[in-house]
Design a protein around this ligand. Structure first.
Ligand SMILES: O=c1ccn([C@H]2C[C@H](O)[C@@H](CO)O2)c(=O)[nH]1
Length: 145
């Protein structure tokens, strides 16, 4: 059982998709990120004529939230127009979501609002986390690195 309204969050991610700036890929993506305190930040993909600078919807929502002071999250819903596939975050987004914990929910949806739910840590198993850097720093303190 989730302690938040899954359908409402997914719906918001589909609404956010309407703002996608994607003249190159023509692949709109929306995201809705729920913070621990119940605030919702939305995001969309923002592309650029310099293709590698394209921003994904998930990271747009994440940086909006973090830059407002949020670091604890309950869930992120991701939306695309694909009817045959759930909206799976790309590798870079998985890494950025994992930065803020391995135990919060990623809701990958379709336009009919059906979804697949996985934890951030399930989406990127064996990921590189802040813990690894902490362990490294501890090793330096103890003369082991
Ligand atoms: O998880 C994803 C995957 C892709 N995109 C965007 C990036 C680019 O603008 C377009 C096509 O890759 O979709 C996202 O926003 N999120």
């Amino acid at each position: 059982m989730s302690d938040f309204d899954i359908e409402a969050l997914i719906r918001k991610s589909h609404e956010a998709k309407a703002h996608a700036y994607c003249p190159y890929s023509k692949f709109p993506v929306g995201a809705a990120l729920l913070t621990k305190d119940g605030t919702i930040y939305t995001g969309c993909n923002v592309e650029n004529a310099s293709y590698p600078l394209c921003l994904c919807a998930e990271r747009t929502a994440l940086v909006k939230a973090v830059s407002d002071g949020h670091r604890q999250f309950r869930a992120i819903a991701v939306a695309t127009d694909m009817v045959n596939n759930f909206a799976a975050p790309c590798g870079a987004c998985r890494q950025c979501l994992l930065e803020f914990g391995a135990e919060w929910d990623v809701l990958m949806s379709k336009p009919d609002l059906s979804y697949k739910m996985l934890k951030t840590g399930e989406l990127l198993p064996h990921g590189f986390t802040p813990d690894a850097l902490q362990t490294f720093q501890d090793g330096i303190q103890n003369g082991k690195n």
